[in-house]
Write a protein that binds this ligand. Structure first.
Ligand SMILES: NC(=O)c1ccc[n+]([C@@H]2O[C@H](COP(=O)([O-])OP(=O)(O)OC[C@H]3O[C@@H](n4cnc5c(N)ncnc54)[C@H](O)[C@@H]3O)[C@@H](O)[C@H]2O)c1
Length: 388
């Protein structure tokens, strides 16, 4: 299937089969994170590094070590079976994926006598739940090559005293490196079994670097397009999780398809308004890419945020999101609840709560200040956002 590519605003790059012939040094890729999406990303990348001459075959994947109920360490099991039995059972990652429990890698080097580590990586793929990134970046300071290129597949943001900080900025600022983003309608388990989907790479200035990321991720079943709008792409991927919570609440309340479509439309409008207020450079066209409307649809139809919010509404808000997350997601993490809290803090600090009734209401439901039914009552407060 070859999707039609449309030239919208700005410059777009689509995958080509050309392997950077002018590339002198082979790139070494390390994936930092090994959850559900992290494992699928490693699989996608590993199948490409085997095919592309300008990349080293081996893909190193940092694993946050866990002891499985069997008593075995997750890293050992991944390296022995080539499967992430906890986060992506039943899928072979590719023999060139090496699981590594040591982020900075000194112990692991001693163990295997190898010579490849995070410090030798030239391309770093960040794909952990966003709440762990601050600590991970701190551990990586001074341990990586100064000119390493990074990409973040992480959905979420950090709120600091001075305002919101996107994860790509956190990586760039803490590590002093360039960081692109990759977002899209990408439920990991579907990509793991090679069902067709699309994704969007957001880049800041360097088109060649974006082309390299497109090359590394693209496959016939995973079509990647790049757009020059890091903040727009990243905010789409982050904010849609709040809308997915709203969609799940509507499902739990059995409100039907019209209501859910209305929630998605209102949510998309708030996503665009918030993004443009935060970064004037954000482009409208980005919301029509995979990272925008497509990711919003898939997340509201089938993602984990929707699933847990549905259970929350079915229980009339009497069981907490934390409890339901632990019960329903088996170690996977929700993003929507924490993102709603972070966005609420920004809205509150700037006096914008009334301009974003959906985002505001989702947070107030999550913390128990409003009942789940409030999700369809919020429109009594008229949105006052001129951009919406
Ligand atoms: N799963 C998907 O379908 C999907 C799709 C697109 C984007 N994403 C995004 O990818 C990112 C990673 O999600 P995922 O699905 O790979 O993870 P996950 O939720 O499946 O797994 C959680 C991961 O966090 C690790 N972890 C637990 N405690 C930790 C700690 N203290 N420090 C560091 N790591 C710790 C676990 O070992 C595990 O690897 C998230 O931002 C998510 O929004 C996920």
């Amino acid at each position: 299937m070859a999707p039609a590519q449309e030239q919208l605003e700005g410059e777009q790059i689509v995958a080509s089969n050309e392997d950077g012939a002018n590339c002198i040094e082979k790139s070494r890729v390390t994936v930092i994170g090994s959850g559900n999406w992290g494992s699928v990303a490693a699989k996608l990348i590993a199948s490409n590094t085997l095919k592309l001459d300008s990349f080293h075959d081996e893909v190193r994947m940092w694993v946050y070590e866990e002891v499985l109920p069997s008593g075995n360490k997750l890293t050992n099991v991944i390296n022995e079976t080539n499967e992430n039995v906890k986060y992506l059972p039943g899928i072979k990652l590719g023999k060139n994926v090496v699981a590594d429990p040591d982020l900075e890698n000194a112990d692991f080097l001693d163990l295997v006598g190898g010579d490849i580590a995070v410090k030798d990586a030239t391309m770093l793929v960040f794909v952990t739940p966003h709440q762990f990134m601050d600590a991970i970046c701190k551990r990586l300071v001074g341990k990586i090559k100064p000119d390493v290129e990074a990409i973040s597949l992480i959905k979420g943001m950090e709120v600091k005293m001075e305002g919101p900080c996107m994860i790509s900025s956190l990586i760039s600022d803490q590590l002093g490196i360039n960081c692109c983003v990759l977002m899209g309608a990408n439920i990991a388990n579907e990509i793991a079994v090679e069902k067709f989907s699309e994704a969007t790479v957001g880049f800041r200035e360097n088109k060649e670097v974006a082309e390299r990321w497109v090359l590394l991720f693209s496959s016939p079943y995973f079509q990647v397009t790049a757009v020059q709008d890091v903040e727009g792409v990243e905010l789409c991927g982050t904010l849609k999780n709040i809308v997915a919570i709203a969609a799940g609440l509507v499902d739990g309340l059995e409100m039907g398809n019209n209501t859910k479509a209305a929630i998605m439309r209102i949510g998309l409008r708030e996503m665009r308004a918030f993004s443009k207020l935060m970064f004037s450079s954000v482009r409208d066209s980005t919301f029509f890419e995979s990272c925008g409307v497509a990711d919003l649809i898939t997340t509201c139809m089938g993602g984990r945020n929707r699933k847990v919010a549905e259970a929350f509404a079915k229980n009339q808000g009497k069981r907490s999101f934390d409890e339901l997350e632990a019960e329903l997601l088996q170690g996977q993490k929700l993003q929507g609840v924490s993102t709603a809290k972070e966005v609420y803090a920004v809205l509150s600090n700037r006096g914008w709560l009334e301009m974003f009734p959906l985002f505001t209401t989702v947070h107030e439901i999550c913390v128990g200040r409003l009942p789940p039914t409030a999700i369809v009552e919020y429109s009594e407060h008229k949105p006052k956002c001129c951009l919406a």
